[in-house]
Design a protein around this ligand. Structure first.
Ligand SMILES: NC(=O)c1ccc[n+]([C@@H]2O[C@H](COP(=O)([O-])OP(=O)(O)OC[C@H]3O[C@@H](n4cnc5c(N)ncnc54)[C@H](OP(=O)(O)O)[C@@H]3O)[C@@H](O)[C@H]2O)c1
Length: 286
């Protein structure tokens, strides 16, 4: 199988690059935004044809949650029209698309894990643009995969885990919010799961399949920060605070835990508990 990864310079794209070495039965092609801009359909099509691609894994996205509030058209251009372009090219060239979506589709008012069937109600421009992207994929292609994930972290790029590690060394005291609950996702677990389920899902008969994936368990950002401080033996004190202490342009959902029952049942996979994956990631971060 020949797989094209778009947005390969992002956190998840880099994670796919790292794990590609573990999957020698597949051939990977990586494209940064400068090589393939997903807002330009002919560029995607040209690459798909010249590398004879079977599957596109789209890691490209506008991910600035706060900046999207002011740059609505740019967020829509990448997250909605860009996703639509990928779907149209995939349909035209008979390529299987994999696309990533987010827990920000939901308003966070539930107290039950969100399932794939729950009705989205995004509260942010980023969330709205990602929902439109899902719709573009679903309406333009007969077969594909959308994975909704949350709170992504890895050894690559910028993320909460790396920030706490850095700030926890510099500062004696850190304030972290405890009134947003969800589950972090180790990009390594997500990327490996996608590659593992890919052959089976491509064989399945038609439709765009939507699945949730994050690590198991429930945590607040405060819980994660405390776990990092414990595991890394950081000298700083971490204080739990309410989100109101950190006013942000985009409203964060108070609860965004994703139910993983569907993916676990359909593919008989086990998902690691968030703290176990965090420990693995921290061991890699020297
Ligand atoms: N990070 C999270 O916590 C989180 C949570 C839930 C879901 N997700 C989803 O997971 C996916 C991967 O996220 P991530 O954390 O890896 O994001 P990321 O680190 O921001 O990477 C996104 C990549 O997309 C590239 N890009 C932006 N516009 C593009 C365009 N027009 N054409 C091609 N590439 C473009 C960016 O290029 P530059 O490097 O040049 O900026 C960047 O390399 C996204 O779909 C995101 O919505 C992320």
């Amino acid at each position: 199988m020949r797989i094209l990864i778009t947005g390969s310079n992002g956190q998840l794209g880099k994670q796919f690059k790292e794990i590609s070495r573990l999957h020698k039965d597949k051939e990977f092609f990586f494209a940064t935004r400068y090589e393939i801009d997903i807002t330009k359909a002919p560029v995607i099509e040209k690459a798909v044809k010249s590398y004879n691609i079977d599957c596109i894994i789209n890691c490209a996205s506008y991910t600035g949650v706060d900046s999207a509030e002011d740059n609505i058209s740019e967020a829509i251009k990448v997250n909605s029209s860009g996703a639509g372009n990928l779907a149209l090219v995939a349909a035209k060239t008979n390529v299987f698309p994999v696309h990533f979506s987010t827990d920000y589709l939901f308003d966070g008012k539930s107290n039950q894990p969100y399932t794939e069937n729950d009705i989205p109600n995004p509260q942010t421009e980023y969330g709205k643009s990602k929902l439109e992207g899902e719709k573009e994929i679903i309406s333009n292609i007969e077969k594909g995969l959308i994975i909704r994930t949350s709170w992504l972290y890895s050894v690559f790029g910028k993320n909460f885990v790396k920030t706490i590690c850095e700030k926890g060394k510099e500062k004696k005291h850190l304030k972290v919010v405890y009134d947003q609950a969800g589950s972090p996702t180790y990009a390594y677990d997500l990327a490996n799961t996608v590659i593992k389920i890919l052959p089976e899902i491509i064989d399945q008969s038609g439709g765009v399949m939507v699945y949730n994936y994050s690590n198991e368990g429930l945590a607040s950002w405060y819980d994660i920060a405390i776990a990092i401080a414990d595991l890394k033996k950081l000298p700083c004190i971490i204080e739990p605070v309410l989100s109101t202490e950190f006013p942000a342009k985009a409203k964060r959902p108070h609860f965004s835990l994703l139910s993983k029952n569907k993916i676990k049942k359909d593919f008989q996979i086990k998902i690691p508990y968030w703290r176990h994956s965090l420990e693995k990631c921290l061991k890699k971060m020297k």
